[in-house]
Design a protein around this ligand. Structure first.
Ligand code: PGA
Length: 259
């Protein structure tokens, strides 16, 4: 079954509104020939940069994502943001449960699940992040950790909803470190994730769900990773911060994914 290639740039805490606008103005021209029926291109700027980027990408094939969403509609949650606020800003996608949120801000599988349900209720398209630490991989616990993250994170969801989700498998030891999982190692884990989804939600959901790889994906390694059968694109940090590297990565990933 052919799945679309989905590439999302996670800008993390980088780019002011002016810098973000300049980046997407350059990016627009470089990816204008990418057909939206074959691939999705998403950028996920910081909250205060969303408005400027939304304006700059209007009418283009670049979609807007955010990096977090709270589960309540409003209230006393200092520093958080609601799904409706994101929708109003023109956001279509939202990253949930990134390992940096888990590591530095106390995100758990239970809060991932709450955020995910709020995003879905508001009509946002979630990108749910999972991944093991180096210690967990070296002690042979990768599959156990991923299974727990998936069971907890996706708890209570219907198979039809799971079918439309985007998962991002990001081995924590590969994020921002320059260390990438080899394509074979990444594929082995993606295959496990897809089979776990099949076991919990059925084969149709497993066949349809998008599973991105993340962790030091660059223009140079995107093709080899995205050529793997169960890798459907990428969640990109560092290489998404420059228009030329992100555009090159997008093109290499799409070419490999559809070869
Ligand atoms: P990286 O980040 O591409 O800089 O490793 C990926 C991510 O954290 O989403």
């Amino acid at each position: 079954m052919a799945r679309k290639t989905v590439i999302a740039g996670n800008w993390k805490m980088n780019k002011t509104a002016a810098e973000g606008k300049a980046l997407v103005e350059a990016l627009k021209g470089l990816v204008a020939d990418v057909c939206p029926a074959r691939a999705e291109i998403i950028v996920c700027p910081p909250f205060t940069t969303l408005g400027a980027v939304a304006e700059a990408i209007a009418g283009s094939n670049i979609k807007l994502g955010a990096q977090n969403v709270h589960w309540e509609k409003s209230g006393a949650f200092t520093g958080e943001i609601s799904a409706d606020m994101l929708k109003e800003a023109g956001v279509e996608y939202v990253i949930i449960g990134h390992s940096e949120r888990r590591q530095y801000f106390g995100e758990t599988d239970a809060t991932v699940n709450q955020r995910l349900k709020a995003a879905l209720n508001a009509g946002l398209k979630p990108i749910v992040c999972i991944g093991e630490t180096l210690e967990e991989r070296e002690s042979g616990n990768t599959e156990k950790v991923l299974a727990a993250q998936l069971s907890g994170g996706l708890a209570g969801l219907d198979a039809e909803v799971v079918a439309g989700l985007i998962l991002a498998y990001e081995p924590v030891w590969a994020i921002g470190t320059g260390k990438t999982a080899t394509p074979e190692m990444a594929e082995e884990t993606h295959r496990f994730i897809r089979s776990f989804v099949a076991g919990e939600f059925g084969q149709a959901a497993a066949d349809a769900i998008t599973i991105q790889y993340g962790g030091s994906m660059k223009p140079e390694n995107a093709a080899a990773l995205c050529a793997q059968a169960d890798i459907d694109g990428g969640l990109i940090g560092g290489a998404a911060l420059k228009a030329d590297s992100f555009a090159a990565l997008v093109k290499n990933a799409i070419a490999a994914g559809q070869a």
